[in-house]
Design a protein around this ligand. Sequence first.
Ligand code: MOS
Length: 722
Amino acid sequence: MSTTVTTHAIGASLDRLDGALKVRGAATYAYEWPLDNPAYLFPLQAEIAVGRISGVDASAAEAEPGVLAVLTHENAPRLASTRDAELAIMQSDEIAFRGQFAGAVIAETVEVARHAASLVRLDYQARAHDVQLRSDRDDLYAPDHINPSFDTDSIHGDVDAALVSAAVTLDATYTTPMEHHNPLEPSATIAISADEGLTIYCATQGVHVIRETVASLFGLDPLQVRVISPHVGGGFGSKWATHPDVVLAAMAARMVPGRPVKLALTRQQMFIAVGFRTPTIQRIRLGADSDGRLAALAHDVVEQTAKIKEFAEQTAVCSRVMYAAPHRRTTHRLAALDMAVPSTMRAPGEAPGMFALESAMDELALACDMDPIDLRIRNEPEVDPESGLPFSSRSLVACLREGARRFGWEQRDPAPQARKEAGWLVGTGVAASTYPVYRVAGNAATIRLGSDGRYAVLIGAADIGTGTWTALTQIAADALNVAVADIDLQIGDSALPTAAVAGGSAGITSWGSAIFEAARLFRARLESEHGGTVPAEGFEVTAEMPGNPYALPPFAPAVGAPPSGERFSMHAFGAQFAEVRVHADTGEVRVPRLLGVFDAGRIINAKTARSQLLGGMTWGLSMALHEHSVVDPRFGHVVNQDFASYQISANADVGSVEVHWLDEADPYTNPMGSKGIGELGIVGTAPRSPTPCTTPPVSACATCRSRWTSCCQAWRCRRTRS
Ligand code: MOS
């Protein structure tokens, strides 16, 4: 075998290898495994926001024909560990948030389970609850660190002094709402308990993380737990960590040993059990000279966590890397509420954080009377402003320029509300995208060359709809310098070599690095042990990368990163352009055109990459215009917990979405030269210019001339100038 790659599988626009299976309905999703004699599970959810269960009457449910068992805290299996209070369901009579799993019914059919669940009576002693995020709360606290392992606060220089002496300043507060993940496939689990342990079929972003969590909760050796998840209908972070639904299914399986217990969350339950994006209140202060050169950048964030478990989103971390400013300050403060635990949702941190930073940069451009692209280029840092490290590669400026050229930026009229066409105000906007290149340690991969000349490549990776099956096969082909058709990839099973979650856009980097290492070892050992000739019985090699892949929670940090991780700051970048039309009479918003140009390193598969970035941009549009989970403070729950009332951008809302990339390999990120693309696309779509509705105007901004109606409060101008 040659070590010179001649196959060029990486970069090809290959069709999804699992595509035919999926369109034929033959790809088995978690709930669909054809197992004998299944039982069905339906959860009971707490009807108070906080307090305790004072009484249980399950007699009517238990009398229902077909009911196998009713679980409550009184009889549920005891967990070996209750350290993770989100997962320690039914371990006491305490209720921590409305909708928390407080029990469940196991029955012969799903209909009986659901009906019987409605017959279980739980009595409560409620206590006063606290579910409102406000920036003036006196109990905000600084977490020990923020996700994945960043400093909570970072202060360089003297922001306050620099703001006083700056020629142009901006002080604006941006808020983003709570949002919920809604993958096509709601979370689903089948759990089977047997003497040897637990088998779990579930929809997950990482089989090994589920294995580790479940094993520790149930006091098992990890090897006694098998997790199988070859196909997943979207995750977006909702399937990144173990959630209580998997624990509930495993508990129920323990109650009916030998029978597969099936649990599919309803869409409504997806709004309570699998995490959400925290709402944020972000104050940004910028100080610049009259040429737009930043002297000061402050980004102070208030967001929420749950009383029972901390989740500290890294909202302002983007402001540590984007722009050069000698005086910088980023802080995070949390309110611990009587609500479910927030979690990772596509680009946690960057998506809401860049909404604020990039909106502020746009407003600063107006205040400085500068083109917003020129303003960004003027503040382009030479090295990572925070660490002083050089970037492994950073082509933000090239993305801005290429995007401007393709979008026709030159033709725009920069003045707000300058263009009106047939009753529509036509505006254009630009914002930057960024996402870190996370690399998760401890992945392993096996390569087995069979006597049939085919290469089995084994790694417990996840394809959550992103194209992992295809991209990893391409990577393996180039790593081994053989044809894609000669590779049989196996993923999605904890019996395969250990793999990190599909999360933090780190999957391909982490798994692909292990596959490249396995291929290197394969060649080296074949040479040293067999003189380069494959033995008749075949040949197998496993590579184990150093480090711990189960860095739990809240987010897998890049522990044990290769030495280059300390020499370079690694990030993907992009520039997004939008044409937005606002009807002058009705305030209706339309987005006929989105265009993004991305620096995501080398692109592994042009077809699946385009889908990823296009999906991210579309979700960014949805974030900007539609998505908003509404909490009723009287009861502490999300009221719009279904697709009738939680709005998501649909086909009719999406115009042209153009995706481009520079396709420059990064020499340091990983052997492929790629950067993550799963989250980059959503970052930077949402920021906006303050230029929407005019009629009927209720107020006008003194400085930018924008006028605002009561119907578009979300777009109101918050700019103040000193
Ligand atoms: Mo993703 S939100 O990093 O699971």
